[in-house]
Design a protein around this ligand. Structure first.
Ligand SMILES: Nc1ncnc2c1ncn2[C@@H]1O[C@H](COP(=O)(O)OP(=O)(O)OP(=O)(O)O)[C@@H](O)[C@H]1O
Ligand SMILES: [Mg+2]
Length: 250
């Protein structure tokens, strides 16, 4: 991991139409190349909005960001090729198999032929699928769907992976195994990972650095250790409680 930034976010503000308050208020920070960065906050904090702006799905009302020097406002197509995105809401075709869903997603990213087939096989294997990859997605458990969703974001070997709540609704074992896979991808493929979560304990173990946000603002940012020392608390859950006056899962 280097200390060179790969994403520079500059004063991003977002106000949705018909909304009285800003979803994001002058959000301003950098993400380092190669790190695992956690964006933590309660429901409505603005996590999905920020990721959606970075990947071009939502337009910022003010401010901007550069990704490896490319502006998200001026050069969205270039930015899209650098990013892999795993959305919070799963978007898979229920009547297709997990494998066919991935072949479809891979083609959308411009992969084809043996390269695509080999990459799909490699990822399915890595994420614990066997012949069940050939079953229709409608028969999958929630955890299996999440894993297919996740593979969809890394098929084209993006330099940066944006993950929106990748482990929500999973049991502890599945959650731990997904996190372990992500850690390996981060190490082996040098992929920067930015992920959002409500799980403070998980982030504490998994992330190099984290930002805690609430109501569209970044409240603090640093390594889990730095934040606990600075706020004089024993864990991140307590840090959050101190900064916001409430529990993250209220
Ligand atoms: N399309 C939209 N139109 C209007 N308001 C929106 C829209 N999307 C999000 N918001 C509002 O913006 C704020 C931030 O929402 P966002 O989905 O970014 O939060 P989040 O941190 O991802 O929450 P969660 O943990 O529930 O996923 C919320 O107040 C939400 O109601
Ligand atoms: Mg969200």
């Amino acid at each position: 991991m280097s200390n060179q930034s790969c994403i520079t976010i500059s004063k991003i503000t977002k106000k949705y139409k018909n909304s009285a308050t800003n979803a994001l208020n002058e959000v301003d920070f950098e993400i380092n190349d190669g790190e695992i960065f956690g964006l933590l906050g309660p429901n409505g904090a603005g996590k999905t909005t920020l990721l959606s702006i970075l990947c071009g799905l939502v337009k910022a009302s003010g401010g901007g960001a550069t990704i490896f020097g490319h502006s998200i406002n001026d050069n969205p197509e270039r930015v899209k090729r650098i990013l892999g995105v795993v959305p919070q809401d799963i978007a898979l075709y229920p009547t297709l198999s997990g494998r066919d869903n991935l072949m479809f997603i891979g083609r959308m990213y411009g992969l084809s032929g043996a390269v695509l087939k080999n990459r799909v096989d490699e990822c399915l294997d890595k994420f614990g699928f066997d012949t069940n990859a050939n079953n229709q997605v409608k028969h999958y458990s929630g955890g299996m769907k999440r894993r297919i969703n996740l593979i969809g974001g890394i098929l084209h070997k993006p330099k940066i992976l944006l993950l929106d709540e990748p482990t929500v609704g999973m049991d502890v074992q599945t959650r731990t195994s997904i996190i372990e896979h992500l850690r390996q991808i981060n190490e082996n493929e040098k992929m920067t990972i930015i992920y959002t979560s409500h799980y403070m304990e998980q982030a504490e173990l998994f992330c190099n650095r984290i930002a805690i946000m609430d109501k569209g603002r970044i409240l603090c940012l640093g390594t889990p250790q730095e934040l606990m020392i600075k706020e004089e608390r024993a864990d991140l859950e307590e840090v959050f409680l101190k900064l916001t006056g409430r529990k993250i899962r209220d």
